[in-house]
Design a protein around this ligand. Sequence first.
Ligand code: AMP
Length: 191
Amino acid sequence: MRIVLLGAPGSGKGTQAKRLKVELGIAHISTGDLLRAAVKDGTPLGLKAKAVMEAGQLVSDQIVLGLLEERLAQPDTQSGFILDGYPRNLAQAGALDDLLARIRQPLDAVVKLNVPDADIVRRCELRFAQEHRADDNPATVRRRLAVYAEQTAPVADFYSRRGILTEVDGVGPIESIGDRVLDALRSRVRA
Ligand code: AMP
């Protein structure tokens, strides 16, 4: 199965993607993780991305698409994949369409995790305290939420018009949210 997971920063995409990876036996591709690895390794691309990420802005479409293309060429994606954090704007959604058409691996489903902003801010504060992610500081979280509303929210409409979007309540115990996501995906496969 090939899935896109949509949702605001801190909506639980990473957590749910990890469960889907195990339950469905597919690859988990997080563009945020790929970028953080490049920053940590100090690659030229990582050096370019670092300041943009710390400011809570989006890294250039070209850089992220390059990373994604490289990742999708790895053999573990043949059984399917979950995209977590991509696409983040309409241009990326278009580029993804083109890329997946080229490698003949169209999307099966898009799942959006709905979580109110107040919960998002609380979750990011918690993650900041636990993981010390620079972009989880309160001011940057506000910026990331604004970027999400402005640039990423239209991506959900894009997939909704295509009839492959399923929205899931992302509030509550992690297990229950995961069950809802799996139910949504299973009913989509049956449909
Ligand atoms: P995430 O871990 O998905 O919240 O991503 C952390 C940060 O990495 C984001 O705030 C962006 O700066 C950058 N990033 C991750 N994915 C993308 C993407 N698809 N396009 C542009 N920037 C991205």
